[in-house]
Design a protein around this ligand. Structure first.
Ligand code: 3AM
Length: 181
């Protein structure tokens, strides 16, 4: 049987933004609110693929390499709590069209390759806390940071020594929109 890897497409956060997010989280949530996601694991999922065979992974990498999607800037200006999923997250009030298109194309290729896609609408978010199933106060004033997305990546989710680690396998550039004269 071929080896299967747990994969997803995502945007990463630059180190400066990781630090801002970690500080904001530490300043606004008590330790009992949930399990914090480590700085290096912070990401914005575009499409979750699940357990994928080598052949399927190769097909999805090939598809990803042919995507011509535009780079974009995302305002991180929203936050929320999904008690059912136990997730506290940061997100955006105005998802750029280029982000929605990129997620849509990745999700539809994933579905075509047999990777089940959640039927819930895509809600771009950066998970901050997991196992946050009890009520959590979300700060009324959310930050206003910018994530400049110039590339997207394929990540492997690994569970090692009792911890989840996300490993970047490959990244692809997003094209820079032409400047208007
Ligand atoms: O961006 P977040 O942290 O919400 O929740 C998992 C994480 O997303 C999600 O994939 C990302 C990397 O692990 N994930 C895990 N299992 C999933 C599933 N069965 C899933 N998303 C959809 N369906």
């Amino acid at each position: 049987m071929s080896v299967q890897r747990r994969l997803f497409f995502a945007l990463s956060l630059p180190p400066k933004l990781q630090k801002q997010v970690i500080k904001w989280r530490a300043d606004h949530f008590p330790v009992e609110a949930g399990r914090p996601i480590t700085a290096a694991n912070l990401h914005l999922t575009l499409a979750f693929l699940g357990e994928v065979s080598e052949q399927k992974e190769a097909a999805l990498r090939s598809v990803a390499g042919r995507i011509e999607a535009k780079s974009f800037s995302l305002q991180i200006d929203d936050a929320g709590h999904w008690p059912g999923a136990g997730v506290v997250w940061l997100g955006t009030r105005r998802a750029p069209r280029a982000l929605l298109q990129l997620a849509e194309v990745l999700r539809s290729h994933a579905a075509r390759n047999g990777c089940y896609q959640n039927t819930l609408p895509f809600h771009p978010h950066i998970s901050l806390l997991r196992a946050a199933t009890r009520p959590v106060a979300i700060p009324p004033a959310t930050p206003n940071w910018t994530l400049d997305a110039q590339e997207f990546g394929l990540y492997q989710s690994l569970y090692e020594h009792g911890r989840t680690r996300y490993s970047l396998l490959q990244r692809w550039p997003l094209t820079t929109p032409l400047a208007l004269p």
